[in-house]
Write a new protein. Structure first.
Length: 186
């Protein structure tokens, strides 16, 4: 059996076909997202700290008081700038929650999910990135097998994200829009 003809690859190909997902595009998008994830988290933490400092500087250390001040007394420009900064934090957090949800699905994958989860966590998500030799030793896996499993893990992650998590978010947004329309008409 060739390295690309394993049961996992057949399952991945089947799922891509069922969901009409291009395998190459899925792999590239998934790998890109995983590659930037650590930096996005670091940046989000930095931005959240800066927003918290700004609130304390302008409004005191009491969060409720700060929000009341922003809502009641702050200039429109100051309030709009704060709202935009908070929105970007929520957008980043939402993306992080989708990645976390996809990782739960990766772990539950029936053919090697635990290994895939470990590979993705150690290679892309944990604060400190492991070197290749550390990964091989920790996972007790041969180099060629590691790269095969890593590619499979990226594909399973992509299927979990684009095949499950994003449709869930789209459904939520659609329901929210429908509720807002009903509330606006009543």
């Amino acid at each position: 059996m060739s390295r690309k003809n394993t049961g996992v690859w057949k399952a991945i190909q089947s799922m891509c076909e069922m969901q009409k997902i291009n395998e190459d595009a899925l792999y590239q998008k998934s790998k890109m997202l995983l590659t930037i994830y650590r930096r996005v988290c670091w940046s989000t933490i930095g931005r959240a700290d800066a927003v918290a400092e700004e609130i304390c500087y302008y409004c005191g250390s009491d969060l409720d008081g700060a929000l009341l001040y922003l809502e009641t007394f702050a200039l429109d420009e100051q309030r709009n700038r704060f709202e935009e900064r908070i929105k970007t934090l929520f957008d980043s957090r939402w993306m992080m929650e989708m990645v976390e949800g996809a990782m739960v699905r990766v772990k539950e994958f029936p053919d090697g999910g635990e290994l895939f989860f470990d590979i993705l966590n150690k290679a892309y998500l944990w604060k400190n990135k492991y070197t290749e030799s550390e990964m091989l030793e920790i996972l007790n896996i041969e180099r060629s097998r590691f790269y095969d499993r890593k590619k499979e893990a990226i594909m399973v992650f992509g299927l979990a994200l684009w095949g499950a998590e994003l449709p869930k978010v789209k459904g939520f947004l659609k329901e929210t829009d429908e509720v807002m329309e009903v509330e606006c008409t009543t």
